[in-house]
Design a protein. Structure first.
Length: 111
C-alpha cells in the first residue's frame, strides 16, 4: 500500500500539520496522483533543489515530551523532513501509477 500521509487541504485551512494515513484505495485503482503532507522514504524521488532551499538537518528521528507542542511526539526521519519542507511551502504527492515491490532475493518473489 502506498505510504501517503496527511491531508494538505486541512493543513492549508488550519495550519495544523498531521500525518494520518490517507485512504488511497480508489486513487490506487484509478492510477491518480494524490497530494499529501508526508511520504515514506522507501521509493521516493526528490528534486535536489529542495535540499538547497532547506537548511539542514534534513533527516532527524524525534521522540520525547514537548510541552510547548502539546505533549509527546514521535516522528521518523522521513516525516520530519516532510514536515520541514511543507512548512517551507513545498508540496508532496504520491503517483499511484508507480508500482513498487520488495523482492525476496532467496525466492525471487516480489511482495
Amino acid at each position: 500500500m502506498p505510504q501517503c500521509y496527511g491531508d494538505p487541504e486541512e493543513f492549508r485551512r488550519t495550519g495544523v500539520m498531521e500525518f494520518r494515513p490517507r485512504n488511497v484505495v480508489e486513487a490506487l485503482q484509478c492510477g491518480h496522483i494524490v497530494e499529501c503532507n508526508g511520504v515514506a522514504m522507501g521509493c521516493t524521488l526528490w528534486r535536489t533543489d529542495l535540499f538547497r532551499r532547506l537548511p539542514p538537518p534534513w533527516f532527524v528521528t524525534v521522540a520525547g515530551w514537548f510541552p510547548e507542542q502539546g505533549g509527546a511526539m514521535a516522528m521518523t526521519q522521513d516525516l520530519y523532513f516532510c514536515k520541514k519542507a511543507r512548512e517551507a511551502g513545498r508540496t508532496f504527492a504520491v503517483d499511484m501509477r508507480v508500482k513498487v515491490g520488495h523482492i525476496d532475493p532467496g525466492t525471487g518473489i516480489v511482495y
